[in-house]
Design a protein around this ligand. Sequence first.
Ligand SMILES: Nc1ncnc2c1ncn2[C@@H]1O[C@H](COP(=O)(O)OP(=O)(O)OP(=O)(O)O)[C@@H](O)[C@H]1O
Ligand SMILES: O=P(O)(O)OC[C@H]1O[C@H](OP(=O)(O)OP(=O)(O)O)[C@H](O)[C@@H]1O
Ligand SMILES: [Mg+2]
Length: 282
Amino acid sequence: MLRIAVPNKGSLSEPASAMLHEAGYRQRKDRRELVLVDVDNGVEFFFLRPRDIAVYVGSGRLDIGITGRDLLLDSGSQAEEIMQLGFAGSTFRYATRPGTAKDVSEFGGMTVATSFSGLVTKHLADNGVDADVVHLDGAVETAIQLGVAEVIADVVETGTTLRNAGLEIIGEPILESEAVVIRRTGAPTDDPKVQQFLRRMQGVLVARRYVMMDYDIRVEQVERAVALTPGLESPTVSPLHHEGWVAVRSMVPTKDAQRIMDELYDLGARAILTTGIHACRL
Ligand SMILES: Nc1ncnc2c1ncn2[C@@H]1O[C@H](COP(=O)(O)OP(=O)(O)OP(=O)(O)O)[C@@H](O)[C@H]1O
Ligand SMILES: O=P(O)(O)OC[C@H]1O[C@H](OP(=O)(O)OP(=O)(O)O)[C@H](O)[C@@H]1O
Ligand SMILES: [Mg+2]
C-alpha cells in the first residue's frame, strides 16, 4: 500500500483533503480520525501535523506527503518536492515596525521572531547577517509589540495581519510557498503507485484549470480559430453535415474561456459551448 501523509489541520488541511477526494480517494469524515485505509485504491492516509509531514516522509516511514514548501525547507528533512498543488499560496517575509530597517543586511544585532527558525537561520547566514533567532509557535506579529523581537519573519498572504499589527514588509520575499507533494530525497522515481498518485493529482489540477470548448466554424476560418484554441496537444476537427462547416473541440484555460469565446464569435464561430471537466489523465 502507498502510505501518504495529509495535513490534519490549518490552512493546508481542507484543500488537501478536497483535492484527494476529487482524485477519487476516500477521505475521513471525522476530523479526529488519524489513519484511513482506502482499500479500493491501495492507499493508506495518515493525518498528521503539517509541520511533521516532512519529518515522516524524510525518514522514509511514509512514501509521500502533502505539505507547504516553507514547512519542507524549514524542517531540513531529507525530503524533496515532486509536484506543486496550486493552493495555500503565500510568501515568507521579514517585517518590522516602520523605520527599523530597510533591508535584511541591517538586521545585525537584532532579534528575529519566527515559527520557521530553520528557514530564517539559514537565510540570515546566507546573507552574512549575525542576528538572534527566537522560535515562537504562532501569532509572531505580537512579538514586536511585546518587546521580544525587533523583526519577525512569517507567512504573508494578503498582508492584512501585518498591517493590523502596524508592521511593514522588509526586503524581497525569503521564498514563495504553496502546497506541494514531497517524497524522500532520491527515492526511486519509477514507483508505479507513486506515478499513479501523481497522475491522479495532475488530473485534478487540469480538470480545475481547463474547460472543454466546442464550436462550429466555416472551413475557411478553421486555421485562425484553432490558433485561438490550440488545446493541449491538438484540437479535434470533425466534418459537419452542413457542407463548408466543421466542428472543433479543444481544451482551453478556464480563465481565458470568455475572451476566447468572444474572439471565436468575431471569427464567425457559432454554437460555442464550454463544459466542465470532471477528471482527466493527460
Ligand atoms: N494565510 C495563509 N494563506 C496561505 N497559506 C497559508 C496561510 N497561513 C498559513 N499558510 C500555509 O500553511 C502552512 C502552514 O500550515 P499550518 O497548519 O502550520 O499553519 P496555519 O494554517 O497557520 O495553521 P495553524 O492554525 O496551526 O497556525 C504553510 O505552508 C503556510 O505557508
Ligand atoms: O497575510 P495574511 O492574509 O494576513 O495571512 C498571513 C497570516 O496567516 C497565518 O496566520 P494564522 O491565522 O494561521 O495564525 P498563526 O499565526 O497562529 O498561525 C500566518 O501565520 C500569518 O499570520
Ligand atoms: Mg498559522
